[in-house]
Every structure is written in C-alpha cells, then in structure tokens.
Design a protein around this ligand. Structure first.
Ligand code: FAQ
Length: 336
C-alpha cells in the first residue's frame, strides 16, 4: 500500500518523487542482499530485483523444458522394453519426468510468467533445454546408460539446488532429487544385469552406449567456469551453489569407480587419478559440439522440438474443453 502511494507521488511530484522512489529502491535492494547474505530463502511474495527474477525464470523454465523434452528419448523405448518389470520401471520413470516438469513450471509461474508463455518460448526456439536430450537412443542399453549417467549427472547438479535461495524452486527440487535417485539406480541395475548375466553381444551393447553417452553427459554441467556468463551472478544470489566445473569433476570422480564395478571403460584415454589434486584428470571436452547442439544443430534437435510442438497442437482440443467446462461451472462455484 505505502509503496503504491509513493509510486503515484513520484509521477505527480517530478524529480523529488523520482529521488524518493530510487531511495526506496536502494533500501529494498540492500535488504534483499542482506537476506541473501544471511542465507535466507526468498518467497514469491517478497520483493526481488528484476534481474534475479529473470535469471530464475530462465533457469527454472529451461529446467522444466528439459524434463518434458527428456521424456522423449526414453518414451521411444517403452513399447520395446525387454521384460514386464523393465517396462513398468521405465513407464514410471518417464511419468516422473512429466511430473518434474509440472512442479518446475508451477515454481516458475510464481515469478509472474504463465505456463503458456514459457511453452511458447520453447516452441519458438527462444528457450533452451538440456543439450543431452538431442542425442538419439539407439539400443535398450541406452535406457540403462541414461539412468546411470544422465540421471547421475542431473542429481549431482540438482542436489545443491535444493538449497537455492528461491524457496519455491528449492522445495520442488527436494522432491525431484528423491525421484532422480531411483532413476539413477534403476539405470545402473539394468546395466549391471546385462553385464553380469547377459551375452557378449549385450555386454558390447552396454559398452557402445557408454561410449556414446559419456561425453554428452559431462557436457550437461554447462560450459567451463571461465566461459559461463551466468555463473558469477547466480552464485552471488545463491541460485547456483556450486560451479559447473566443480560439479563436473565430482561427477567424474564418482563415476570412475562405478564404471569399474560395472566392468565398462569410459571412452577417455586421458582419464587418470591425479594424486596431487586428489581428483581425476580428464581429456579435452569438445565444446564446439556442445555449442552446436545447444544452438539447434544436434542430431535430434529438430525431431525433439517437432514432437513437443505436435503434442501442443494435438492437445489444443483438451485445453479448450477444460476451459469451456470451467467457464460453464463458474457460476455454481461463485454461488457456493
Ligand atoms: N544444455 O552461464 P551458463 C535432467 C546454456 S534435467 C543446454 O553456465 P547457467 C533430468 C545456459 O542456459 C537437465 N544449454 O548457464 C532428466 C546459458 O544460456 P542462456 C537439466 C546449456 O544457467 C534426466 C549458456 O549455456 N537440468 O536431466 C547447458 O548458469 C533423464 C551459458 O551457460 C537443469 O536444467 C546444457 N547442458 O548454468 C530428465 C538444472 N549448459 O540461458 C529426463 C538446472 C549451459 O544464458 C531423463 N540448471 N547451457 O541463453 C542449471 O543448473 C544451470 O542452468 C546449468 C547452466 C548448469 C545447466
């Protein structure tokens, strides 16, 4: 109330009003920075700088888009799962991904942008989604490998987001991370079964899938820190808690031992333990490929976006019917 009155005063009172407004703006900014420094969570109703709101909207909506586009490569294999058990697991996983998209769109909507606007940005190529989902799923072993490596990388990146300064995003992430953990384990379990009980051909299929998914998985963490334009500000605001390179290193270090137990090799001849750093050194990542894929020129970009646009168009009658139903029953609801 008070601040609205001051806005009106500003318009009416010329320069004096503007000065008053900007003094108030500065106070709000300082109070916001102090809350971030104290590790407090920001809620949707709280004042926040415009750039903080836009950064969150960009990251959360891209994250939501990644979940729903991420349903496509695995959805492709539901009808071809080798057993009823694997089919039920894959079905549940893909449904979870749809659910994650919904929690995330709901969290992003609290920032004042509608789901229709976010989806329009996806469909018209103005919003990104994770690079990883632009690669094809060629064999059943790709399902296990996505669970092991892609969900594994997603968890490594997302656990710190449970402490993101924006509370609605942090709350959504707590639930998502629990489910991602099941996704990772089902993938590893599927691969372990093929490696320990499968034929030579099945073991070769697993190795081939790991060879194809390894490099795209470690690209998921984003560009190197010194080429990441958003990191410094996002870390300052507590949106990102751990840097792209640090998370990539942690993921590589954790995965090497899992690969050994599985009995596969990771396709990087330069991957070796560095005693001094107490971490693994790894080979050069092909960043030109990464930028090409996020720029729209990956192996499956056109197919993935085409599938999302088709789903949106085919679902138009459902949205129209739901709106018509809601309008028809609005008077009853108002009277109740
Ligand atoms: N793909 O300055 P930074 C999942 C873009 S969910 C595409 O470092 P930032 C679950 C970035 O947007 C996977 N674009 O950016 C699942 C920026 O462009 P912009 C998704 C990427 O935001 C599993 C530019 O490059 N997870 O897998 C990528 O600080 C299995 C410069 O980069 C999330 O979204 C990329 N990999 O850091 C589902 C987690 N990396 O926007 C199905 C939340 C970077 O300025 C099956 N997001 N870019 O035009 C994040 O943590 C961050 O946004 C990063 C990027 C780390 C992805």
């Amino acid at each position: 109330m008070y601040t609205q009155a001051m806005d009106t005063m500003g318009k009416e009172a010329g320069d004096a009003g503007k000065a008053l407004r900007s003094a108030e703006e500065m106070q709000r900014q300082e109070a916001f920075d102090a809350r971030i420094d104290a590790g407090e969570f920001i809620e949707a109703k709280d004042w926040m700088p415009d750039h903080y709101r836009k950064t969150l909207l960009r990251q959360i909506s891209q994250h939501a888009h990644s979940e729903i586009v991420g349903m496509l490569p695995e959805g492709n294999w539901i009808t071809r799962a080798p057993t009823l058990k694997r089919k039920a697991i894959l079905l549940a996983k893909v449904q979870d991904e749809g659910g994650h998209g919904l929690y995330l769109y709901a969290a992003a909507e609290t920032l004042g942008t509608s789901r229709d606007q976010m989806l329009d940005a996806l469909h018209t190529g103005r919003a990104k989604y994770s690079s990883i989902f632009n690669y094809p799923t060629l064999t059943w072993a790709d399902m296990g490998t996505i669970g092991w490596l892609v969900d594994g990388a997603a968890i490594m990146n997302q656990v710190p987001i449970c402490r993101c300064s924006y509370a609605p995003y942090a709350r959504a992430m707590v639930r998502i991370c629990r489910e991602e953990s099941f996704h990772q384990r089902q993938g590893y379990d599927a691969l372990l079964t093929m490696m320990q009980q499968g034929t030579d051909a099945q073991r070769a299929m697993v190795q081939d899938a790991v060879n194809r998914w390894w490099w795209p998985s470690i690209m998921m963490f984003g560009p190197p820190d010194d080429q990441s334009p958003n990191s410094a500000q996002s870390m300052r605001w507590g949106i990102k808690r751990v840097s792209n390179d640090t998370l990539r290193q942690k993921f590589i270090d954790a995965t090497v031992e899992q690969a050994r137990v599985l009995g596969v090799t990771l396709p990087d001849p330069d991957l070796k333990w560095n005693e001094e750093r107490q971490a693994h050194d790894y080979g050069a990542i092909d960043w030109a490929e990464f930028w090409r894929v996020i720029g729209g020129d990956g192996p499956c970009n056109e197919e993935r976006l085409g599938a999302r646009v088709k789903a949106w168009d085919d679902g138009a009658w459902v949205r129209e019917a739901a709106l018509a139903h809601a309008a028809k029953h609005a008077p009853e609801r108002a009277a109740a």
